[in-house]
Write a protein that binds this ligand. Sequence first.
Ligand SMILES: [Zn+2]
Length: 225
Amino acid sequence: MASISTEERVPAPVDTDLDPSAERVQAAMRSVLVELGEDPTREGLAQTPLRVDKALRFLTSGYEQDIDAVINNALFTVDYSEMVIVKDIDFYSLCEHHLLPFFGRCHVAYLPRDKVIGLSKLPRIVEVFSRRLQVQERLTNQIAETIADKLDPLGVAVVVEASHLCMRMRGVQKQNSTAMTSAMRGVFRTDARTRMEFMDLLRPGSSGAGGMRAATTFEHDDDLF
Ligand SMILES: [Zn+2]
């Protein structure tokens, strides 16, 4: 056979083992496994550093995302002055103090001035900021700030309720606690009636699926571990 084989013509798939950054992360993970008393060469762990590297890069891929590219001009000028609310946006993030997941639901509302955003873009904005190393308070603020910045609405409100595995996996006292954070801008901050309307819409039984569950006050202690 004189023809060039397929393997020679097609570029080799990207091998993360050849990426110096991936190699460093994987070497570090092998060291961690050794320090934890494990044998990183045993069958079940042999590929774990590679998997952890890939998982961490995916779970922090929000750093690479450009918010304007995500919004992609899905801003529309409309004559609409009622509250827009998207409830129960699922999200998964990583607590920057322990690199353990925290996850839950995000509720976003805004009162348009003259622009609205494609509804599917709100979950995408939540995703951009949740796929980073985060604290819940900053995640909440970044979502609100972005909507305020890009839409210039009369007001924006973001409520995040989340479970933190760094709390839930230790002890029994806090297993069912949920952390709640909110960010209110514009009329949601200055006008109690607008804020109340939003909070009422989040209650179970109001229009829309899901709703808020009882939550306990939460402190994200640095000394939990
Ligand atoms: Zn934590």
